[in-house]
Design a protein around this ligand. Structure first.
Ligand code: GLV
Length: 391
């Protein structure tokens, strides 16, 4: 045998996990109950106890999405994989997909649709603004796509997209409505069935309050029909809903089969986070998030800050974006907040880098105490950056 490499010395000292207060756009902190659930011993993913947990997750997700869809489950991977899951299942080469682009996530969907050999068409809107129904209808009638992709919660810019009426437009033009609700679900109202959303994915690490790495998705009847009648195979085994839904027990008469080995500890954590969602109730969660966001915005305005999203109806109540004042180096602010308060607040993402700060009020951190602490830390961070700019 060849001689062994030296063992890495860094693994011989204890792991260090700091206690950060996560007031960025997500991940957010999780409750003790969720953290404890995640730390449990492993069980087999084909054991009946695991199937029971998966069934409980499905019930919790149907409540969170407000849907009766039987194809409601969680894919193994981050929220980004949710985007891949909906697009790879619904799009075939040459399919037209109209994509609302007003931030990073629309751009990602354009990239992904291109990779899948589909024909993405961008419906563009200025950063910080949402799409009006009339603009959406013009796009649908001009391009006649198979799918319309909209981002409900554009976390890169802090914009929320109104979805009321969009589903009806999609039915009128025989288009599937696909929605990214990563940063919004359970933090603001979302009604999958009532709003006629055909496929959706969300983030566990945002208002739901679970760790990242597992991604809830749901497909309605029209989407399932499109998947079941595809002409070409789904270009991913990992995300093939025809098979994955069998492992998740989404078919009444089909016994579960092995598809892949999920991260069972994330299933435990998600199950408990959803139990907390159910116990608190969606209406209370929406209210708590709205109040935290209102308190944050009032504090920021009192500090003389300018909100990036000008139109109140476009503001996402889970992630607030703040215009970076002239002469301020944003990294100095976020660094100060981390160094002094062990707290994450964030700069922009993708097209909003250098334009905004982002403060999240998500899950267990959507409380008046956390908001007040974030305001205090942010204010000091700005003063620190101003002082540095003068030196
Ligand atoms: C990720 O989702 C982010 O908005 O930073």
């Amino acid at each position: 045998l060849p001689s062994l490499m030296a063992p890495p010395a860094e693994l011989l000292s204890p792991i260090h996990i700091p206690q950060h207060l996560l007031m960025g756009p997500g991940p957010t902190n999780v409750s003790e109950r969720v953290a404890k659930a995640c730390g449990n011993q492993i069980i087999g993913h084909m054991h009946k106890e695991c199937f029971k947990i998966m069934d409980e997750i499905k019930a919790g997700l149907r409540y969170a999405f407000q849907t009766e869809n039987s194809w409601t489950l969680a894919v193994s991977g981050p929220s980004h994989l949710g985007m891949e899951a909906v697009l790879v299942n619904l799009l075939e080469p040459g399919d037209k997909v109209l994509i609302g682009v007003n931030g990073l996530w629309g751009n990602r969907a354009m990239d992904l649709a291109n990779r899948l050999g589909a024909k993405p068409i961008a419906l563009r809107q200025e950063l910080g603004k949402s799409f009006s129904l009339s603009k959406i209808e013009r796009g649908l009638s001009k391009h006649r796509p198979k799918v319309l992709f909209l981002v409900h919660s554009e976390s890169s810019t802090g914009v929320m997209q109104n979805l009321i009426g969009v589903g009806d437009l999609c039915r009128k033009y025989k288009v599937l409505l696909v929605v990214d609700a990563v940063a919004s679900l359970v933090g603001v109202p979302f009604f999958m069935d009532d709003w006629k959303v055909d496929a959706v994915y969300t983030g566990t690490q945002k208002a739901i309050g679970a760790p990242p790495g597992i991604c809830p998705v749901s497909f309605g009847r029209r989407a399932v029909k499109v998947i079941e009648t595809r002409k070409t195979p789904i270009k991913s085994y990992m995300l093939d809903m025809n098979i994955l839904t069998i492992q998740w027990g989404c078919h009444v008469n089909l016994p579960r089969i092995y598809h892949h080995t999920p991260a069972v500890n994330l299933l435990f954590a998600l199950r408990e986070a959803l139990a907390e969602v159910v116990e608190e109730g969606l209406e209370n969660l929406w209210k708590r998030h709205a109040q935290a966001s209102a308190r944050l915005r009032a504090g920021l305005l009192a500090m003389g800050m300018k909100l990036f999203v000008e139109d109140e109806k476009d503001r996402l109540l889970t992630v607030t974006t703040i215009v970076i004042p002239d002469g301020i180096e944003w990294r100095k602010v976020t660094q100060y907040v981390m160094d002094t308060y062990n707290m994450e607040i964030s700069g922009g993402l993708g097209p909003s880098v250098g334009k905004v700060f982002r403060i999240g009020t998500l899950g267990v951190n959507a409380t008046p105490e956390k908001v007040d602490l974030a305001l205090q830390a942010f204010k000091e961070g700005l003063e620190f950056a101003r002082l540095k700019a003068r030196l």
